[in-house]
Design a protein around this ligand. Structure first.
Ligand code: 13P
Length: 338
């Protein structure tokens, strides 16, 4: 790492986490985007994905609530129907351009469930292109952690943590800010306590790996899942419990030196993910780090449903994006009406 790029990294982090803003994730892989399109009967074509992303990128005034967009490789190369590169549209609004740089998942060892994330090969060259050709200032890498019988194993957590740390180090060496996203999946019937235990174990291992790889913590954003019951758990905890358990876990296991923390929505509905963030902001106003959202589905869900039914209603689709971006922005400062 250039020893003197800490101020540069810190400035990007500060600008991304400036209140009352958060980060908009529109970086679903082609497969994930197609899956969501297929469920709603939207054609799974490159042009439909471009058309939909054009709507997301061109929402008027969204820069009041959103400081950065995370894009997929396909999207960062696309343009509006008028021929403006998406990257330039965002740049013009003063929005940071982020890029997902992991290249997907593969099975861990001989496990039929556990997975590790690929993408370190050729990462440096790809970063140079994203930074110099598209003006990207931050990146994202997602590791997926499954809760189940005897999983996650320490070995899988460690492999994912080492890859996240190696990725973060390389990104910082290229003067960009890495978002590290170890997502503990909501899928399953586990309890909130099991989620707490797994999240805690994982964060402990991850913090050690970041330290061992010499990653500059002030120039990293942690993107985490909340501590929450599995989606098939028979008991679902209330908002206060989720807020308290999530904050207890983060305060205990995340270094106070990390640049900031953002949440993924992870399959919670739009209202739930906003209310949870709102309660955390209200109950924990004086944290060591800024806390905000980096939602994908948490912002897009209603807009995507509207796009499926009324693709010609451009303003209506964009209004729905604004409704949830604004709600999440209010939630990030604890001002969302309940
Ligand atoms: P969700 O908020 O839908 O979990 O998405 C976060 C994300 O980073 C998508 O790639």
């Amino acid at each position: 790492m250039t020893p003197n790029n800490h101020d540069h990294l810190r400035a990007i982090v500060t600008s991304l986490l400036e209140q009352p803003k958060g980060i908009f994730a529109i970086d679903e892989s082609i497969e994930s985007c197609n899956k969501r399109f297929a469920l709603l009967g939207i054609p799974e074509t490159v042009e439909k994905r471009r058309d939909y992303r054009e709507l997301l990128v061109t929402v008027p005034e969204i820069e009041q609530y959103v400081s950065g967009y995370i894009m997929h490789d396909e999207t960062i190369r696309q343009s509006t129907t008028d021929g403006w590169r998406f990257a330039d549209v965002l740049h013009d609004k003063g929005i940071h351009i982020g890029i997902k740089v992991d290249t997907g998942l593969m099975p861990f060892a001989d496990s039929s469930i556990e997975q590790i994330t690929n993408g370190l090969d050729g990462l440096g060259d790809r970063l140079i292109e994203y930074r110099d050709v598209f003006g990207a200032s931050f990146t994202k890498w997602r590791a997926l952690i499954h809760i189940g019988e005897n999983i996650p194993t320490d070995a899988c957590l460690l492999e994912n943590a080492n890859r996240l740390a190696q990725y973060a180090k390389i990104v910082q060496e290229h003067d960009m800010v890495p978002i590290i996203e170890p997502e503990v999946l909501m899928t399953g019937n586990h309890t909130i306590q099991q989620c707490y235990d797994v999240t805690a174990r994982n964060l402990k291992i991850l913090m050690t790996a970041l330290h061992e790889h010499g990653v500059y913590l002030g120039g990293v954003i942690l993107k985490t899942s909340m501590v929450i019951d599995g989606s098939e758990c028979s008991v679902q905890s209330d908002i206060d419990t989720v807020a308290h358990m999530t904050m207890k876990c983060l305060q205990e296991y995340v270094s106070p030196d990390i640049g900031g923390i953002v949440f993924l929505s992870g399959g919670q509905d739009t209202n739930e993910s906003a209310q949870h963030l709102n309660r955390m902001s209200q109950l924990y106003p004086n944290l060591s780090w800024e806390l905000t959202f980096s939602y994908g589905r948490g912002i897009q869900d209603s807009a995507l449903h509207h796009f499926a039914k009324y693709p010609e209603d451009r303003a209506g689709i964009q209004d729905l994006v604004m409704v949830w971006a604004r709600a999440d922005s209010l939630a990030s400062i604890g001002k969302l009406p309940e």
